[in-house]
Design a protein around this ligand. Structure first.
Ligand SMILES: [Zn+2]
Length: 177
């Protein structure tokens, strides 16, 4: 009985680590970027150079299928340098706009699975990426300018990482609000 309980705790810790490390956290492309901030690689075939955005390739690799022509590969994390397939979805321009509107205006909601929408995920320790609402993001930006100058203090207050606060303050994430 005791053994089983310990086993369950170990499993819970491991699953939480996987979620915070691989699902909630943005994975930044270490290579080159295009002018819009998307990671890119260049293919050379028969002397012809083709530039491809890496997040699109990442989605195709993870899903083992091609993005239909004319469709966008969008970031739910609003971080163009991120290649985490859990943070990507394929949609139309309208889908992308709807996603931005939902994130910006609807502070809280459960219309999507949290695992695919880390900005709405429950808070947890070692939460690398933002699990904040739009209202909280705006509050952080305003507090950082006036009352609180320390990103560390804000990170503690909102139970997220310092890096997360830094990205919000620099508008690297949540750029649409
Ligand atoms: Zn991301």
């Amino acid at each position: 009985m005791k053994k089983g309980t310990r086993g369950a705790r170990v499993l819970e810790t491991m699953v939480n680590n996987i979620i915070s490390r691989w699902i909630k956290t943005c994975v930044t492309w270490p290579g080159a970027y295009d002018k819009d901030g998307y990671g890119r690689i260049v293919f050379v075939k028969n002397g012809k150079r083709t530039r491809v955005r890496v997040h699109r390739l990442a989605w195709e690799m993870a899903m083992t299928q091609k993005i239909p022509s004319g469709m966008l590969c969008c970031h739910i994390c609003d971080n163009p340098s991120c290649i985490n397939p859990f943070h990507l979805f394929v949609g139309t321009t309208q889908d992308n706009t709807a996603d931005m509107v939902m994130k910006g205006r609807q502070a809280k909601g459960n219309s999507h699975a949290w695992s695919l929408h880390p900005d709405k995920a429950p808070r947890g320790e070692e939460n690398g990426n933002s699990s904040l609402t739009g209202a909280e993001v705006l509050a952080i930006r305003s507090e950082y300018g006036k009352e609180v100058r320390s990103q560390r203090k804000l990170a503690k207050k909102y139970k997220v990482t310092k890096r997360c606060i830094q990205q919000i303050v620099r508008k690297e994430t949540w750029r649409h609000i």
